[in-house]
Design a protein around this ligand. Structure first.
Ligand SMILES: C[S@@+](CC[C@H](N)C(=O)[O-])C[C@H]1O[C@@H](n2cnc3c(N)ncnc32)[C@H](O)[C@@H]1O
Length: 222
């Protein structure tokens, strides 16, 4: 099994400090929603965000959207050998049912995840849980997954794709962590993980996620 953890994802509801900002109120009114039940999106809310810490990297649900669409439609997921988790900047973890069919449309994805943040889970009519959000930090998630090996994808270390292949061959249950933020460094220290780079330049999270997933499929199944 390959576990992909999108770590420190910049996915959150509009923080309290800016819920009263006129940009936010205007957008909430347009959508017929409460500001406290809307996901922060820097492409829409940037002019209100300068008041919050770390504002330059926050409000990037699109990174999670693109990564999840790619991962869930990957050949590895179709074989049932992939598990995906989203860990957020506020230490929540979203458990994703591998069979969930997420909206292909960004606005509908945002609507679904807003519902998830408010209701904490999304179920089918038959009661099957598709998405579940739990307050949990990355260390507790790691204890829960209990993989044999943890690797943090990090563009700042030496490129070593051979090591990645070796680790895939040597372990049946392996977890790969990928930063789901636009820039800056990891906020946790991940001392329990080895670090690997796959390219000399910084890549987008969704590109790294698909590279790793397809490589695992190739190594284990072809
Ligand atoms: C856009 S990067 C994150 C921000 C980046 N640290 C910066 O300062 O611009 C998204 C994530 O993809 C992974 N990543 C990006 N480039 C990579 C590379 N060349 N090798 C391995 N992982 C990479 C890392 O996990 C990284 O946190």
């Amino acid at each position: 099994m390959l576990h992909i953890i999108l770590v420190e994802a910049e996915l959150e509801l509009i923080p309290k400090e800016i819920r009263n900002h006129y940009i936010i109120r205007k957008h909430a009114k347009k959508r017929g929603k409460k500001p406290s039940e809307m996901i922060l999106d820097s492409s829409l809310h940037f002019r209100a965000m300068y008041k919050i810490d770390d504002f330059k990297r926050r409000g990037r649900p699109d990174i999670v959207f693109l990564s999840l669409l790619g991962l869930l439609s990957s050949p590895l997921n179709k074989t049932g050998m992939l598990r995906v988790y989203v860990h957020t900047r506020n230490d929540e973890v979203i458990f994703i049912n591998p069979k969930v069919r997420l909206p292909r449309n960004y606005n509908r994805f945002i609507g679904l995840f807003e519902k998830l943040f408010v209701e904490r889970e999304i179920r089918t009519k038959e009661g099957i849980c598709l998405l579940k959000l739990i307050e949990m930090n990355i260390y507790d998630l790691v204890k829960k997954i209990k993989a044999e090996k943890y690797i943090l994808m990090d563009e700042k270390v030496d490129i070593n794709i051979n090591k990645l292949i070796k680790e895939f061959k040597n372990h049946n249950d392996i977890a790969i962590m990928i930063g789901a933020f636009p820039h800056g460094d990891f906020r946790n220290d991940y001392e329990f993980a080895d670090r690997i780079s796959i390219h000399k330049e910084r890549l987008d999270a969704w590109s790294v996620a698909l590279f790793v997933t397809d490589l695992y499929y190739f190594v284990k199944l072809l």
